[in-house]
Write a protein that binds this ligand. Structure first.
Ligand code: NAX
Ligand code: ADP
Ligand code: K
Length: 504
């Protein structure tokens, strides 16, 4: 699914209105109906306070007020003079508002509002038409609302948030629990500095014409379940006469003294994600726990007791190599990595300390085999590519890095994003904050390695792996309604996540 810019969405709105037998006021009515449908399905609240502006986002808000009232809900409206003009469709919806709905005008002279604590607060002040940061009484009003304990829902985009431009520092933005957004998530909702203001995102289909969208140039995409399923199913069903050799032999280079757990987590994930065979190269200090915890794996031992060193093992039979989880930064481990980069024949996944070693030896980046997969969290990426002032700069750095070194760069976190060497970015919608616990990345590295070993291309292995990892995290979180989950809990759900992706 494309993540279009605000101007492209406006263009798509216009194209839909001119090519479909639908007027702009009816499109607004569709948008409002979809919002109300979502609200009735997801909330049992009786009272709603609508904050509506005077543009089309405000028009949506006024239509939502009427539709909720028609459903027997208690509704009140604050009509906010945020612009000198009233849009035509907003004016029409103002006229359509039943007179039983109390409406209070708010402007610079009168901006006092009282919202009962039990009322759900709906923000329809600004949509994607925002052209400058909020200031003065409007910014003060939003700050006041943000401090209220009420449940808050933003329509299309939280007011004050830019859709796709760098957000000026210190901007005032409506802080939503949910954002009901039309057609697609907006770029800034998926980025860390602004995304927190959107809360949970629900994308509502309002029938914009997909055939025009297809032709719009765009480098940003949100992975959809259907796309990931279609890629995963390319290698399914497994042939009846398949054997362990059919699904590839993975090598994981992992662990050091005190970090043997990382190799166990990565190994279990690699097996559950379907590798046919698994070998680990580990230091002897991790030998016993690994043999006990993961009897399915074969072990190659480093000649150094507590870390991995370059022993000239033969890696030619492996279909995929995952390197880095818990390996540490020992000088001899660094030499091992350099040698691996120079000799690698199989596709590589570089995680954790493999990335930190690269950051310490930037000259070795030129040794990265084409289409290698790098899986940094933000700090690891900063070590590799330098710091950034804002999310957009980070996004540009990620794209530029992937293009310069012809590699795939996964920038991990909420809405983890995958940069391809061709300049595309895929955002991942699965996963949740309960997954913010140590070892989650090790599991992911094991999953991606297993998918590569089974023959998926690096791009598909990475996208399927990230999506399935987040999905398993969601299943593990939902099963227990957990605040935090461990990587072990996620591993338990991994077969179910892959089973879900295997059915159309
Ligand atoms: N056909 C359509 O165009 C549809 C539009 N829809 C809604 O329309 C919204 C976009 O509406 P608009 O383009 O009217 O824009 P907004 O409603 O976001 O903005 C309203 C007005 O505020 C002014 N403004 C911008 N930044 C300001 C600031 N910082 N301080 C004061 N005033 C400022 C703008 O000049 C504009 O006149 C979407 O987000 C969506 O909610 C939906 O109804 C679906 C259909
Ligand atoms: N708030 C969150 N929402 C979604 N996914 C998350 C969140 N926090 C962490 N994750 C996921 O958990 C994993 C953490 O990886 P990483 O930071 O490398 O962990 P570790 O180094 O401890 O193994 C990543 O895949 C990341 O996307
Ligand atoms: K809004």
């Amino acid at each position: 699914m494309k993540i279009l810019s605000a101007s492209q969405i406006r263009e798509l709105d216009k194209l839909t209105i001119s090519h479909k037998p639908i007027s702009s006021i009816d499109l607004m009515e569709t948008a409002a109906c979809e919002c109300v449908k979502w609200i009735l399905q997801n909330l049992s609240t009786q009272n709603f306070t609508i904050l509506a502006g005077r543009g089309n986002n405000g028009g949506d808000g006024l239509a939502i007020a009427r539709l909720l009232h028609n459903q027997g809900k208690e509704v009140e409206v604050f009509w906010i003079e945020n612009s000198p003009q009233i849009s035509i469709d907003c004016q029409i919806n103002h006229e359509r508002l039943p007179k039983e709905i109390p409406i209070t005008l708010l402007n610079a002279q009168n901006c006092n509002l009282h919202i009962p604590a039990e009322s759900v607060c709906i923000d329809a002040i600004f949509g994607v038409g925002l052209s400058r940061p909020l200031e003065g009484w409007l910014a003060d009003l939003l700050k006041k609302i943000n401090n209220l304990p009420n449940l808050k829902i933003a329509i299309d985009i939280p007011s004050g948030m830019y859709a796709d431009q760098p957000q000026p520092a210190e901007s005032t933005i409506f802080r939503a629990n949910y954002t009901l957004t039309f057609h697609q998530a907006k770029l800034n909702m998926l980025l860390p500095q602004t995304g927190n203001f959107a809360g949970k995102i629900a994308v509502l289909d309002i029938g914009l014409l997909k055939e025009y969208e297809r032709e719009m140039p765009c480098n940003y995409f949100l992975l959809s379940e259907n796309l990931v399923k279609s890629w995963y199913q390319e290698r399914l069903p497994r042939p009846i006469f398949a054997h362990k050799g059919t699904f590839g032999h993975s090598l994981l280079v992992a662990g050091s003294l005190g970090k043997g757990g990382a190799s166990i987590l990565a190994a279990k994930a690699c097996l559950l994600a379907g590798t046919g065979l698994l070998t680990l190269l580990v230091p002897p200090c991790n030998y016993s726990p690994l043999q006990t915890a993961v009897p399915e794996a074969m072990l190659l031992l480093s000649s150094a007791q507590n870390y991995i060193r370059n022993d000239n093992h033969d890696f030619s039979s492996f279909k995929a190599v995952g390197v880095g989880c818990g390996i540490g930064l020992h000088e001899e481990t660094q030499v091992f990595l350099k040698n691996l980069l120079q000799k690698a024949q199989a596709p590589l996944v570089l995680d954790a300390d493999a990335l930190n070693i690269l950051a310490q030896n930037p000259d070795w980046l030129s040794l990265l085999p084409v289409n290698s997969i790098l899986t940094p969290h933000p700090k690891e990426f900063e070590r590799l590519a330098g710091s950034w002032q804002n999310d957009h700069e980070a996004l540009e750095k990620q794209t530029a890095f992937a293009q310069k070194y012809h590699c795939f760069v996964l920038f991990k976190g909420a809405y983890s994003r995958i940069a391809t060497p061709q300049g595309k970015i895929f955002f991942n919608p699965t996963g949740n904050p309960a997954m913010a616990t140590g070892g989650m990345g090790d599991v992911l590295a094991g999953i991606i390695t297993a998918l590569l070993a089974q023959g998926y291309s690096p791009e598909k292995a990475l996208c399927i792996g990230v999506y399935a990892h987040g999905l398993a995290g969601d299943l593990a979180q939902q099963k227990r309604n957990a605040i935090a989950i461990t990587p072990t809990m996620l591993l338990e759900e991994l077969p179910i996540a892959f089973a879900k992706l295997s059915v159309s």
